[in-house]
Design a binder for this molecule. Structure first.
Ligand SMILES: NC(=O)c1ccc[n+]([C@@H]2O[C@H](COP(=O)([O-])OP(=O)(O)OC[C@H]3O[C@@H](n4cnc5c(N)ncnc54)[C@H](OP(=O)(O)O)[C@@H]3O)[C@@H](O)[C@H]2O)c1
Length: 344
């Protein structure tokens, strides 16, 4: 079955997803009966194009990797993105624009445009989900279309799929996690004797630094992810701006060395817990000892330790993810929607 896809955003994740589609095209057809055809690509400054017969992804990747406009890949789109999405002859919209903080989100306009017009929505963008989860979920439900967002936390490792599908009925009491790969990489680099600036550069080189670096360095990304887990899986109503937050940019230069001398490691720990009927969260930088479950989570690895009423404590660890892991989250969401599993 042919599924016509619009990609909103063709940066690190959008391009890696396109590579994955090219590599797995025959497997998608054989194993899932899915012919995934990208009919529109929208960007901010690199052109927006459509081709109802399917955009040549190899060509689009060549142009985008060279930093050149996509114009020659199809018919140019001059309308604003939400308007285009509403009118597009497409089945699935994949939203991959940068994270922004605040309830006014251009990404949510993209998502609403898709869901209002009966198109499935997949996103790896945390912004629309953390601020507008209930609204998007209700709209998707009402219009009987898919809304999936597995790539928003721990990239391709299952978090939402795990709890909302495999562990239905289990109640999360609290969680602790290392949720931002960039921060963890910087801290590991500093532990190895390199500077904070070296760590930032290392993250930039591998495509991990958010478009706006302060999202990672000032702790926003971790805070948004903590709120996502709290709001989606624990029924919280948290706004990232109101959650106590500490970013790696705020730590004193010798903090990592001092902790090391005591056999500890400095980590950015995101937490969520219940206080009566209220769900709370925080993100702080602290030194943890070898007995802590997050002590061995280093480099770009990330992890979530969850305490539930059914399975007590268990831990998800994602070792050294790269862009492929996030692209896989989008890819697995696509397969799920194609198979009729509309929401996690
Ligand atoms: N990178 C990761 O490892 C990772 C992991 C998990 C989740 N995510 C999330 O995935 C999303 C994408 O990340 P990324 O690393 O791919 O970002 P990126 O490399 O900065 O790419 C963002 C893309 O969005 C386009 N864009 C920006 N504003 C737009 C608008 N208003 N309309 C249409 N297109 C627009 C940009 O266009 P131009 O090319 O013209 O600038 C670019 O193509 C983010 O929300 C991020 O938080 C990323």
């Amino acid at each position: 079955m042919r599924r016509r896809i619009v990609l909103v955003g063709f940066g690190n994740v959008g391009r890696e997803f396109a590579r994955l589609l090219l590599e797995r095209r025959s497997e998608l057809a054989r194993a899932f009966g899915l012919d995934a055809s990208v009919v529109g690509i929208l960007t901010a400054r690199h052109g927006s194009v459509e081709n109802p017969r399917g955009i040549d992804l190899r060509k689009a990747l060549r142009l985008a990797d060279a930093g050149v406009s996509l114009e020659s890949c199809g018919r140019g789109i001059s309308r604003l993105a939400p308007e285009y999405i509403r009118q597009a002859r497409a089945d699935i919209v994949i939203e991959l624009t940068p994270l922004r903080i605040g309830p006014r989100q251009v990404a949510v306009e993209h998502g609403l445009a898709a869901l209002h017009t009966g198109k499935h929505l997949i996103t790896a963008n945390k912004g629309p989900v953390v601020y507008h989860y209930r609204r998007l979920r209700e709209l998707a439900r009402r219009n009987r279309v898919g809304f999936r967002y597995e790539g928003t936390v721990l990239d391709g490792a299952p978090v939402f799929n795990l709890f909302q599908e495999a562990l239905r009925g289990a109640r999360i009491e609290s969680f602790e996690g290392i949720l931002n790969s960039t921060t963890n990489l910087i801290l590991s680099e500093m532990e190895a004797g390199r500077t904070y600036a070296d760590g930032v550069e290392a993250a930039r080189r591998i495509g991990f630094l958010e478009t706006d670096p302060s999202m990672d360095l000032d702790g926003w990304d971790s805070t948004v992810k903590a709120c996502l887990v709290a709001n989606v899986l624990m029924g919280g109503r948290l706004r990232p701006e109101r959650v106590p937050r500490q970013g790696v940019s705020s730590i004193p230069a010798d903090a990592v060395r001092t902790a090391g001398a005591e056999g500890k490691r400095v980590k950015q720990v995101a937490r969520g817990w219940r206080e009566g009927r209220t769900v709370r969260a925080s993100v702080s930088i602290k030194a943890i000892g070898p007995d802590h479950p997050l002590f061995a989570v280093n480099g770009t690895s990330s992890s979530l330790v969850v305490r539930t009423d059914m399975l007590k404590e268990f831990q998800i660890i994602e070792r050294d993810p790269a862009l492929r892991q996030t692209a896989f989250a989008v890819y697995s969401d696509l397969i799920a929607i194609h198979e009729g599993r509309l929401s996690p």
